[in-house]
Design a protein around this ligand. Structure first.
Ligand SMILES: Cc1cc2nc3c(=O)[nH]c(=O)nc-3n(C[C@H](O)[C@H](O)[C@H](O)COP(=O)(O)O)c2cc1C
Length: 367
């Protein structure tokens, strides 16, 4: 997307100049180059481990709470390089059973004035077999989750998720059931209460059959109304799901100034921050401590990551921030969270979780 020159940055050029150069390349070309650069071993600068940032959640030991969100490494090519950038975990995918080309190009748009991206990729990916083969070859060090989707032309979308659980239960540290992409028509209907209960019960059974109780997360859209959220949280808890990822991209377009704002697809980045953080807080208030929550949407600094945690996130993910701030952002955020703990006089990041849930949950949805 533009991250390539950031990865190659050795410090000789100013960050502003580098970003200009990166943004001269079409987004998808730049993204391919970035993956290639990471695959070839460029771009490592792991920050020193800070034991205060560790979390044990859903049976997993996270070295720090910052993860890379789904969509960056759709095919599981570079999860270990991502971890070397300082991320505490990486989410591969979305992966669908069969390889899929996605929507026609152009389908990714930068909105530099808004520090946002609109994408309508449509689950372009190499399919289960290729991704499973790759993950099977890597040494199992560091936390790598797999985000599961359904093929656009599937006659049995629930069956696609079930197949994903069966295929990846032994290869992934956790699985995310993604029913919230706006770019596969009808997919988000699976968030509707009855459909969701059916889906979650089927994937729960598949997990039990797999013999390994791999943690299951549900990723939701930020465009749900408040009543729908109540039903979803109840369904997730009833089904024994471990946690939720809040949230995917939005179809809303309020408050944008960039000329690409009217492109269709999912909007990510800064303008998503408030909407996704409010939803996160509402989910936290409904779930109490019964779900692990991953807060995603518009995180591009240590301060923003801290705010997600205060709103109720156990863990935080980002993607678009990387495009605007470069791959050193992960290390900067992890270091910044440690500094914030010093300032707050807290011994562990867990202490900060949910300190501002009510304020965020009751905040104005239009603000
Ligand atoms: C180019 C692009 C592709 C994405 N692809 C996926 C995907 O395949 N699966 C998914 O669950 N989320 C996908 N996302 C959504 C992100 O995982 C994340 O939920 C969203 O972008 C909000 O976080 P951010 O503001 O930090 O980017 C994608 C986002 C972008 C920008």
């Amino acid at each position: 997307m533009g991250e390539i020159l950031w990865v190659l940055n050795t410090g000789a050029m100013s960050e502003t100049l580098l970003r200009k150069l990166a943004f001269a390349i079409p987004p998808e070309t730049a993204h391919r180059l970035t993956i290639a650069a990471l695959a070839s071993g460029l771009g490592g600068s792991t920050p020193p481990a800070d034991p205060r940032l560790r979390r044990r959640l859903a049976g997993l030991d996270f070295p720090n709470p910052l993860g890379l969100a789904a969509g960056f490494d759709k095919n599981g090519e570079v999860p270990d390089a991502i971890l070397r950038l300082g991320f505490g975990f990486a989410e591969v995918g979305t992966v669908t059973p069969r390889r899929q080309a996605g929507n026609p190009r152009p389908r990714v748009f930068r909105l530099p004035r808004d520090e946002a991206v609109i994408n309508r990729l449509g689950f372009n990916n190499e399919g289960f077999a290729a991704v499973a083969r790759r993950l099977g070859l890597r040494p199992r060090r560091g936390i790598v989750g797999v985000n599961l989707g359904a093929n656009r032309d599937s006659a049995d979308r629930v069956g696609d998720y079930v197949a994903g659980v069966e295929r990846f239960a032994g290869l992934a540290d956790y699985l995310t059931i993604n029913v919230s992409s706006p770019n596969t028509p009808g997919l988000r209907d699976l968030q509707e209460a009855e459909a969701l209960a059916g889906l979650l019960s089927r994937v729960g059974e598949a997990r039990a059959r797999a013999g390994r109780s791999v943690p299951l997360f549900l990723k939701i859209a930020p465009d749900l109304d408040d009543d729908a959220v109540v039903a979803i949280v109840a369904a997730a808890i009833a089904a024994g799901i471990d946690g939720m990822v809040v949230s995917n991209t939005t179809v809303a377009r309020a408050g944008l100034s960039d000329k690409a704002a009217q492109e269709s697809g999912g909007l990510s980045g800064r303008p998503l921050f408030r909407r996704s953080t409010r939803l996160l807080a509402r989910v936290r208030r409904l779930a109490g401590d019964r779900l692990v929550l991953i807060g995603v949407g518009g995180v591009d600094s240590a301060e923003a990551a801290w705010t997600k945690i205060a709103a109720g996130a156990d863990l935080v993910q980002l993607y678009t921030g990387l495009i605007y701030k470069g791959p050193r952002l992960a290390a900067r955020i992890v270091t910044g969270l440690g500094e914030r703990l010093d300032r707050e006089g807290m011994a562990s990041i867990a202490e900060a979780v949910g300190s501002e849930t009510d304020r965020w949950a009751d905040s104005d949805p239009q603000a």
